[in-house]
Write a protein that binds this ligand. Structure first.
Ligand code: HMG
Ligand code: MG
Length: 299
């Protein structure tokens, strides 16, 4: 049987986008617990970014401490720069998620750096990451940029090649930040990367235009076997105007279930976690499957 790995990102990509008062640490911990109970074993638990830029992630070290206490769970912490890397190492993160965009305009809006500046800083972090720490390198706006429109495939592939050359142990996350990728574009980019590189690749999709599941199917057909999703479809990058939540984990899991592909997640328990994520005050839920009565009754 085919298998895929789901990397759950609602505690990070989901909660980072919630405006207004801080989501209590206990709520984040309860969500992580519910996701773990549903079988999630990879998860972005939070990010070490400026609390002025993203106030919701200010308690990342505390949230990580809880995530680390769950046997078998690999929590990844998102890291934009050297300071975030040092915080992640000090907090004992077993995995880091570096990120940069392939377009200067989004990278400037997101992390106040040009792409060249971010790449130089992140490349040095890759070199300094101890062997026992896993590295995901997220390439944002790989298909479409909120400021520059559709991104030429050659431009994205050029950046991915540069990332791949850094270290063979990297997992490259190819991200549709705005949810405006098209399935044929996703399939071509993944096919090219998988043909030319033997390392792991992941698809990080958003569902703004309702194409998150179709894009994930296209990435799967091209050979991708790691998928990011957010329970309840919550979230989005606060610095990508118009972008909404990640493709809902429950929508991805339902698709794979119908395709006979094992995810390791328990459906009814996943729905409980998805309802919990969608119910966080201020969160904007997405996804379809939570609202399909027959699917809700399925074992
Ligand atoms: P900057 O202003 O250029 O940073 O921001 P700086 O180095 O000049 O430092 C300014 C202040 O920030 C200083 O504090 C630093 O100490 C502090 P002050 O002296 O003014 O009090 N600082 C930090 N504090 C905590 N953690 C850090 C850190 N670095 C500096 N790591 C910076 C640059 C990157 C910090 C800022 O722009 C930032 O934090 N941006 C947040 C970006 C973010 O979190 N975006 C959302 C996540 S990315 C995403 O959602 C996309 C993804 O899902 C994939 C996809 O969908 O495409 C991953
Ligand atoms: Mg994202």
């Amino acid at each position: 049987m085919e298998r895929v790995t789901i990397s759950e990102v609602s505690p990070r990509d989901g909660i980072q986008a919630i405006p207004g008062p801080m989501v209590p640490t206990e709520t984040k911990i309860a969500l992580i617990r519910a996701l773990y109970d549903a079988g999630v074993r990879r998860m972005e638990a939070g990010s070490f970014v400026s609390p002025r830029a993203v106030p919701q992630m200010a308690d990342a070290a505390e949230v990580l401490a809880f995530a680390r206490s769950l046997p078998g769970l690999e929590p990844t912490m998102l890291v934009p720069n050297r300071k975030g890397f040092e915080a992640a190492m000090a907090a004992g993160a077993p995995a880091i998620g570096l990120f940069m965009s392939v377009t200067d305009s989004h990278n400037k809006a997101n992390v106040n750096r040009t792409t060249a500046e971010s790449f130089a800083e992140l490349a040095a972090i890759v070199r300094d990451t101890p062997a026992h720490v896993a590295i995901r390198f997220n390439v944002s706006c790989a298909f479409h940029c909120p400021f520059e429109g559709v991104v030429p495939e050659a431009h994205t592939l050029d950046w991915i090649e540069r990332v791949a050359a850094l270290d063979p142990r990297i997992e490259i996350g190819i991200a549709d930040t705005t949810g405006n990728a098209a399935p044929d574009q996703v399939k071509r980019v993944f096919s090219h990367v998988i043909r030319s590189w033997t390392g792991r690749v992941a698809f990080h999709g958003h569902d703004t235009y309702g194409m998150g599941v179709a894009n994930a199917a296209a990435a799967f057909e091209a050979g991708c076997r790691v998928f990011d999703g957010a329970a309840g479809g919550i979230g989005g990058c606060p610095f990508a105007p118009g972008a909404s939540g990640n493709t809902a984990t429950e929508d991805l899991v339902w698709m794979f279930r119908r395709m006979g592909v094992e995810t390791g997640l328990e459906w009814q328990k996943l729905l409980l976690a998805a309802d919990m994520a969608a119910g966080i005050p201020g969160a904007v839920p997405g996804g379809r499957l939570r609202g399909v009565p027959a699917a809700r009754r399925a074992a």
